[in-house]
Design a protein around this ligand. Structure first.
Ligand SMILES: Cc1cc2nc3c(=O)[nH]c(=O)nc-3n(C[C@H](O)[C@H](O)[C@H](O)COP(=O)(O)OP(=O)(O)OC[C@H]3O[C@@H](n4cnc5c(N)ncnc54)[C@H](O)[C@@H]3O)c2cc1C
Length: 270
């Protein structure tokens, strides 16, 4: 019976990037840990600042001889090191956690319209060639296919600023390089982002409601439909991966573009 439970138990990995244990991001992380454990998940946390996660790619990410010491090619060297099991221990530990995960939550404050540098470094050093993607396996064919992920983030600016006519512009466009080019690029099913705008300017009751809303969403998060992106098969490899003629023809009479990045000069996707 216990064996069966372990076989069906889901694992969630929370990649948490905030340096302050009393921050609102820490409260969101704690809400996720508590809610997911109550749902029966095995919960893993990568607390990047507490781990002193080193965010910069370097030769020391590979233990032993480089394949080509005269010209350092990071993707090729770490790809080969992954195959030979000669990656540095900190990368290996993150990869092992990620392998186990059915759901990955990235918990972070928006910094300069993106993720904090330490989390960008996690993307660069953990989502490596031949583990997360290779040139034959990307996007809906990415090597992390089958895993779900969600950006759970906070901002300093209020929500209205992240609208198409707000000062900072459409949040979906701001998140495109992370959600599509990075996470979908590795095969993740990317769920709708969970963005809490300006928690510092909310009152205590509002902040409590924000935490409850996150907890409630997490109760059924694995049943949510992911964001829709075009398949890599819609892009013609012989033409340098631009949209195939067939796919362009299919889109011709549609009022909306197929995705945020592939808007084709039309209205944003529904
Ligand atoms: C380098 C940098 C760049 C930035 N760039 C941007 C940007 O491009 N766009 C943008 O919008 N913002 C930006 N910001 C602002 C940043 O996104 C916000 O400051 C951050 O998201 C707020 O989240 P926090 O967890 O740090 O909040 P905190 O300031 O830690 O918390 C907010 C409030 O919640 C309270 N709180 C904590 N725990 C609880 C709890 N359990 N229950 C109730 N209340 C609680 C805290 O005491 C505090 O009063 C940037 C910040 C930095 C440092």
């Amino acid at each position: 019976m216990y064996k069966k439970f372990l076989e069906t138990q889901k694992t969630a990995l929370i990649v948490y990037a905030h340096p302050e244990p009393k921050s609102f991001n820490a409260a969101l992380r704690d809400t996720a840990v508590k809610t997911l454990k109550a749902q029966g998940y095995n919960v893993l946390v990568s607390d990047l600042y507490a781990q002193h996660f080193q965010p910069v790619i370097s030769k020391t990410d590979i233990i032993g001889e480089l394949g080509d010491p005269k010209h350092f090619n990071y993707p090729n060297e770490v790809g080969a090191a992954y195959e030979k099991d000669s990656l540095s221990l900190d990368i290996k530990q993150e990869i092992e956690k990620l392998k186990m995960a059915d759901l990955v939550i990235f918990q972070f404050p928006m910094q300069w319209a993106s993720v904090p540098a330490i989390l960008k470094g996690w993307f660069e050093r953990v989502l490596i060639k031949d583990f997360a993607f290779n040139f034959l396996n990307m996007f809906d064919e990415g090597l992390l296919k089958g895993k779900k992920c969600v950006l759970s983030m906070t901002t300093g600016s209020p929500g209205g600023m992240f609208t198409p006519n707000g000062l900072l512009g459409d949040l979906d466009i701001i998140l495109w390089p992370i959600q599509y080019c990075t996470l979908r690029g590795c095969g993740f099913d990317v769920l709708k982002p969970h963005c809490i705008f300006s928690p510092a300017y909310a009152d205590d009751k509002q902040r409590e409601e924000m935490l409850n809303a996150w907890g409630n969403r997490l109760k059924n998060i694995l049943t949510e439909e992911p964001l829709i992106f075009p398949s890599i098969s819609n892009f013609d490899a012989n033409k340098g991966f631009v949209m195939s003629d067939n796919y362009v023809e299919e889109q011709k009479n549609k009022e909306n573009g197929p995705s945020v990045g592939h808007h084709l000069g039309k209205k944003m996707p529904l």
